[in-house]
Design a protein. Structure first.
Length: 71
């Protein structure tokens, strides 16, 4: 499953760090964090998507405390 979300991220460097970290999560097929458009795209296993999304947000918050997504 692939879904796009609006997100809040403060800088391009933080977006790149969050993207790299989320890609390392088990079950993630692809992830993109676009600072310019404030979009977060997650492609992950269908049966675990919600759990992976939650873990992705937690991972993002460890790197950038202001990282938020709108579901």
């Amino acid at each position: 499953m692939k879904k796009k979300f609006s997100c809040e991220i403060d800088c391009a460097n933080c977006a790149a760090k969050v993207e790299d970290a989320v890609k390392k999560i088990d079950g993630v097929k692809d992830a993109r964090v676009n600072f310019m458009t404030q979009k977060f795209t997650l492609e992950a296993e269908d049966d675990r998507f919600e759990a992976i999304l939650k873990q992705a947000v937690q991972t993002g918050k460890k790197i950038e405390p202001d990282f938020e997504i709108d579901c």
